[in-house]
Design a binder for this molecule. Structure first.
Ligand SMILES: Cc1cc2nc3c(=O)[nH]c(=O)nc-3n(C[C@H](O)[C@H](O)[C@H](O)COP(=O)(O)OP(=O)(O)OC[C@H]3O[C@@H](n4cnc5c(N)ncnc54)[C@H](O)[C@@H]3O)c2cc1C
Length: 354
């Protein structure tokens, strides 16, 4: 074991360090602060996480009416701080989980040591990277059908992708929309056969093969003189990558479903990751393969990816970390007690002798 106890002037020590300030990180902080763990959150490059990039949120429990994503995250931060969480603006760029206590290094050069760590660094949806996609994000362009599908009741939408996620999301969208057109750049889907069968059996879904999204059309936010009711997507420009033909299609929404990338580059080689970079945890737990290191939220969840599930896992991680830290406190006392018992025990009289 490396000795991580050597502290520099810049070292910040805490019982529980939380990496990431999305719903998972803030919820872990609320529980940890109330348990007296003096949590410190290192917020990362996107304070508040992915929810700060969306507008109306209608599925986070507790609010009868839609709330704005950035507002919701501000409330979570205030709640965590109210119970004594310390927020630090920094990004973790290196970790040493073999050290005791565990050691993490920030981009600022600052060192952090902690008895336990919750990793809540989330995952980022992959985007196509075209200008118009960026302009309409949250205003007709979404990377989450579960979150935003409901807003397109009885409307027509396109979804871009060809893997399991795209097919699952296209099927999910048919519960609300009139029609979904799946835009795929190739001539065969990568999704599992059973998912493809369901897709092709669904009358509401059409597939456009060898097709790419060139441009999202409509009135983006910030357009001078535009009324709020005029802001949004009205169509897409599509290009057939075999013939070069460009066509326009009228739609009210665009879903991008080309995958997610968990933010785990810095943890590679330090905790077990799966083949796609998600952190592996034990069943029904947030415990990683390293004692005292927990993972919560989208960083370990390839399935649900919701604010409320991330928050739930944040709660689990804090409770598990609390129990772990309690065992650390109990250990020296137990060791001392065992030592005493051993010293006091009379010499053995041979097998079975008393
Ligand atoms: C456009 C959009 C709309 C959505 N709408 C909804 C919705 O309506 N309802 C819903 O339930 N869900 C919605 N979601 C999904 C929801 O946002 C995520 O499931 C949720 O935010 C995941 O929370 P998290 O805490 O796991 O991670 P994230 O929210 O991704 O937060 C990750 C945090 O980790 C930090 N971080 C990353 N790397 C580092 C590092 N090296 N050091 C320090 N910090 C780091 C980041 O700065 C960030 O603060 C939406 C997502 C998107 C993209």
């Amino acid at each position: 074991m490396t000795d991580g106890s050597k502290k520099t002037a810049q070292t910040k020590h805490t019982k529980l360090l939380i990496v990431g300030s999305g719903p998972a990180g803030y919820t872990a902080a609320v529980y940890a602060a109330r348990a007296g763990l003096d949590p410190v959150i290192v917020a990362g490059m996107q304070p508040g996480g992915q929810m700060t990039t969306t507008t109306d949120v209608e599925n986070y429990p507790g609010f009868e009416n839609p709330v704005q994503g950035p507002w919701l995250m501000e409330q979570m931060q205030k709640q965590a701080e109210k119970f004594g969480t310390e927020m630090i603006t920094d990004e973790i760029v290196d970790v040493d989980f073999k050290a005791n206590p565990k050691k993490l290094t920030g981009a600022s050069g600052r060192e952090y040591t902690a008895d336990a760590v919750v990793i809540a660094t989330g995952a980022q949806a992959k985007w196509l990277g075209i200008d118009s996609e960026e302009k309409f994000k949250g205003y007709g362009v979404s990377a989450c059908a579960t979150c935003d599908g409901f807003f397109y009741k009885d409307k027509e939408v396109v979804i871009v992708g060809g893997g399991n996620t795209a097919v699952e999301e296209a099927l999910f969208l048919t519960q609300f929309v009139d029609k979904v057109t799946l835009i795929h750049r190739g001539d065969a889907l990568r999704a599992e056969k059973i998912m493809q069968d369901r897709l092709f059996d669904n009358d509401k879904i059409e597939v456009m093969w060898n097709t790419e999204l060139d441009e999202v059309l409509g009135t983006p936010p910030g357009t001078p003189g535009a009324e709020m009711s005029e802001i949004g997507v009205t169509g897409v420009k599509l290009r057939n990558n075999k013939t070069g033909d460009v066509t326009e299609k009228k739609v009210a929404g665009v879903f991008i479903a080309i995958g997610h990338a968990p933010a785990t580059a810095v943890f590679k080689g330090h905790v077990d990751l799966d083949q796609d970079g998600y952190i592996k945890t034990k069943p029904d737990s947030t415990e990683t393969n390293i004692p005292g290191v927990y993972a919560a939220g989208d960083v370990k969840d390839r399935k649900f990816k919701q604010a409320v599930t991330a928050a739930g896992m944040g709660c689990m991680a804090a409770l598990e970390a609390d129990r772990y830290i309690a065992t650390l406190k109990a250990k020296p006392k137990l060791d001392a007690a065992n030592k005493n018992t051993v010293q006091k025990r009379p010499a053995a009289k041979g097998p079975g002798g008393r």
